[in-house]
Design a protein around this ligand. Structure first.
Ligand code: SF4
Ligand code: SF4
Ligand SMILES: [Zn+2]
Length: 261
């Protein structure tokens, strides 16, 4: 398996992964969106809400605020010594006590653990008018995207096939060059060349317009994988997903050994 980075930023990575079955690539994607844990607000306790929003709408908005956290410091509640009741090892409270007139932002929450805080301070939650008040405790815990989208560590996690384009016996009619919506085909000298195969969407427009059947677009075992992360670096998301898959494979082997013995 070969991996080559095309883009390498803290919050976004794009890489080419070569000679792998599609099932493995899809397993990585599913592990990322469903199994890599993050911290998010599970529920809110409302002590005062005289804003124009219902408690449920506030809870929904607050739940979707991405939180930064050292996730290794916390236990999953179902595996915590407290038995899931909630304790400082498995949950953290973020408190809000504000009065209008004011726009309430994610940065107005005061966390019991300074390491657990909103990724961005400028996410608007609600606008309070003169005399309106909010007094809320938001309780955050570890969770995974399998349970609810608010625990997903990524905003984008996708892959696409990098196709192989072959051109032979071409009459240079230029029909494919004009038909390609991504503008990646061009005439160079006496032939048609593909100037950026990574941009090909496999829409097959070039094949449809070629009256000479000179162009072929085929699937390969090479993929372009994109991860845009929210609350931790994109490479860390990938590393955690691969470790989760490895552990699952070990567990599966144990189960199979058990069945076969
Ligand atoms: S398959 Fe679509 S995007 Fe790819 S080269 Fe052909 S027309 Fe362009
Ligand atoms: S449409 Fe077919 S024949 Fe025309 S330039 Fe493209 S590949 Fe060549
Ligand atoms: Zn606990």
């Amino acid at each position: 398996m070969e991996v080559e980075y095309v883009e390498d930023r803290e919050d976004k990575i794009v890489f080419i992964i070569k000679n792998v079955p599609v099932a493995l690539v899809n397993s990585i994607r599913r592990a990322i969106i469903g199994h890599v844990p993050t911290m998010a607000v599970d529920y809110i306790n409302v002590y005062m809400n005289t804003s124009f929003l219902y408690d449920e709408m506030l809870a929904h908005r607050i739940g979707l605020i991405p939180l930064k956290a050292d996730i290794d410091k916390y236990n999953f509640q179902d595996k915590c010594e407290c038995g899931g009741e909630g304790c400082p090892n498995c949950q953290v409270s973020l408190r809000l006590n504000v009065e209008g007139p004011k726009t309430v932002y994610s940065g107005d929450f005061i966390s019991d653990d300074p390491e657990v805080k909103p990724v961005y301070d400028n996410i608007p939650v609600v606008e309070l008018y003169e005399g309106q008040q909010l007094m809320i405790e938001a309780v955050a815990r570890l969770g995974t995207g399998k349970e609810h989208a608010k625990w997903k560590p990524v905003s984008i996690c996708s892959y696409k096939i990098i196709p192989k384009i072959e051109i032979s016996d071409c009459s240079l009619c230029k029909a494919c060059v004009e038909a390609c919506p991504r503008k990646i085909l061009e005439i160079k000298g006496e032939k048609i060349v593909v100037n950026d195969i990574l941009k090909c969407s496999m829409c097959m427009e070039c094949v449809k317009v070629c009256e000479d059947n000179a162009i072929k677009v085929e699937e390969t075992d090479n993929y372009l994988f994109t991860i845009e992360s929210i609350s931790m670096p994109a490479k860390e998301v990938l590393k955690r997903a691969i470790n989760i898959l490895k552990n699952k494979a070990v567990e599966m082997n144990e189960i199979l050994k058990h069945i076969n013995s």
